[in-house]
Design a protein around this ligand. Sequence first.
Ligand SMILES: [Fe+2]
Length: 266
Amino acid sequence: MLIVQISDMHVSVPGKLFGRHIDSRASFERAITRVLALDPKPDLVVLSGDLAETGAGQEYDFIAAQIARLPCPALAIPGNHDLREEMLRKLPRNVQGQDGGHLSFAEDGFPLRVIGLDTIVPGEVHGEICEHRLAWLRGVLAKDSSKPAMIAMHHPPFTTGFVAMDNYGIKRGLGEFRAIIAEHAAKISAIVCGHVHRSIIGNLSGVPVVIAPATSFPFKLALGEKPSLRFIAEPPQFMVHKWSRDAGFVSHVAFVDEFPGPYPLS
Ligand SMILES: [Fe+2]
């Protein structure tokens, strides 16, 4: 099973460049073109939050048009820049509204279960996993123990060392979430996230946690004590996760843009 993960597209309204430098609309469009060129084609695309920059309807119209080009289903969870109401309105086939208003999803139609956990706090940059969502996740994981699962969430559940973004991490429900993961670690193949705009790998109770890079703008790597949040025009990227019963869960980073080559080895 191949899962493409596209994260933090920050699609803007037409004519607006992010930070006066980055055309996030064009970059997302190129990302979809690159996904279409993949061989073999993905079975599923997961959009792990910050689809839109301001949450305007026009931004989601563009996102919907791009998603419509995909050869497979796409499922989305919101990020801190997204508006749940607009996602429900404009992307009705790509989100699942749950009791309590969160847009978490559980997809059981593949050999690997794909679970999306909504971690946003409307109007805030940081994340949370409230009682509603903890109960929902416990219920989903209790329902089927025969299949392994991947969990997608926008805010990562571990401290990355990138202080500026760790300051905007999950501020409520993290201990309870970690306890759920520890309890079900044997059947969780991986947790995949966004939010930090860089490829980062961590671990929770032996479960690999992968933070996907952004198709919009990467933040400059800054691991010092002083928070630093500056974006840099490094190449936009996305992830291709491959799962098989024999090899388990393996993650690849792919570039949105084309580069010279490929050349024969000799
Ligand atoms: Fe983002």
